[in-house]
Design a binder for this molecule. Structure first.
Ligand code: 6MZ
Length: 358
């Protein structure tokens, strides 16, 4: 399925710290062990495991965060993650990350995001568009010679995540930061973190404020069974939701009538045992119902996957062919949070290569 790799793709659900290259993670871990800063024996069994439960995945994130809490590392991983997505022929990436404060290295939420932006600016091997332009400025795909003649091109937009461990005030701080950072490509807010922790209503004032101010909102919804939360999240009508695993019949009805697009993360859901088998994954039902969907990686590093692999997995598991997968990828454009000029540029680009996948 070489075409899964060459096909242009849209990635809308990727967590920065979950998408770190294995080699980089290993290098960072070894560095800290050498310095005697950390002892990973307690976590070794989790690192070595193939399938990790949701709780174990979040222990792993705590470890990753110990490794990536300085500006230089944040800049480095951002650069590498974007290069890796571009290598996969991802032409539009919405990368999400939780702004973090780390007093010991003078890191504020703002300087964290600035380190991410520095990573974006430092990329030279790929054409990156991350600053939103005015409607009549040049577009990434139409302004350059046909693809193949120049370096790979990728639009990158950022979502700032609120972690379910944070306070209402910290969440509001993240939303205000997102508003300040809009000129640098921040387009929305994500609510994520361990789904078994906290009460999402803590973040409602911040999420409502974000929406009032014109930021897009996507919520991790239904990663664990929680009927009331799922209903209330759907009532909130976010612009997209991620996962949607543990919905009950009434939620499915509500979701389908609302047409809220779903970010589907197949490997993540199977590896964390959130869904017991790919054959009963709700992708099948939603795809048949023509519900708006986007295939995504979630955490390509943590789950050893890639967007190409996710497309192959869906094609193999649900008997879909090249044409159908291309259409699925192309339809993703309609659910991105960037402006109409970016959408139009992507539509034209997909049209220009469509016959290869017909
Ligand atoms: C919920 C997840 C997640 O923000 O530090 N995150 N939240 N469900 C998931 N499914 C497995 N995968 C990742 O990236 C890592 C953070 O993203 C969220 C968690 O809060 C995790 O700590 P950043 O770049």
């Amino acid at each position: 399925m070489e075409w899964c790799l060459s096909m242009p793709k849209v990635e809308l659900h990727a967590h920065l710290n979950g998408s770190i290259r294995d080699s980089t993670l290993l290098e960072l871990t070894e560095g800290l062990i050498r310095k005697g800063v950390m002892d990973i024996s307690e976590l070794e069994h989790i690192i070595r495991k193939y399938n990790r439960s949701v709780a174990e995945v979040f222990k792993l994130f705590d470890l990753i965060h110990i490794l990536t809490t300085d500006h230089t590392t944040v800049t480095r991983i951002t650069k590498e993650v974007i290069e890796d997505f571009a290598t996969e022929n991802v032409v539009y990436l919405e990368l999400r990350t939780t702004p973090k404060r780390n007093d010991s290295v003078g890191m504020t939420k703002r300087s964290y995001v600035e380190a991410v932006l520095k990573g974006l600016r430092s990329i030279t091997s790929v054409e990156v568009d991350f600053i939103p332009h005015c409607e009549d400025s040049k577009s990434l795909f139409s302004s350059l010679p046909p693809i193949g003649h120049v370096r790979k091109r990728i639009y990158v937009r950022l979502l700032l995540s609120i972690d379910r461990r944070e306070t209402a005030e910290a969440a509001m701080e993240t939303v205000k930061l997102a508003l300040e950072m809009r000129p640098f490509g921040v387009v929305g807010i994500d609510l994520s973190g361990n789904p078994s922790i906290g009460d999402w209503t803590t973040y409602l004032p911040a999420l409502k404020f974000a929406r009032e101010q014109g930021l897009y909102v996507t919520l991790h919804c239904g990663e664990v069974p929680n009927s009331e939360e799922i209903k209330n999240m759907l009532d909130f009508r976010p612009q997209r939701i991620g996962h949607a695993c543990h919905l009950e019949d009434e939620h499915w009805r509500q979701l389908k009538s609302s047409k809220i697009p779903v970010e589907i993360c197949l490997t993540s859901n199977i590896r964390t045992l959130t869904i017991r088998s790919i054959h009963v994954h709700h992708f099948g039902d939603l795809y048949k119902a023509k519900h708006p969907l986007v295939l995504c990686t979630d955490d390509s590093g943590v789950f050893s996957t890639s967007l190409t692999e996710e497309y192959k997995y869906a094609a193999d598991s649900f008997g879909l062919g090249r044409r159908e997968m291309f259409e699925l990828s192309r339809n993703g454009i309609e659910h991105i949070f960037a402006n109409s000029q970016v959408k139009e540029d992507l539509r034209n680009f997909f049209n220009s290569v469509a016959k290869k996948y017909g």
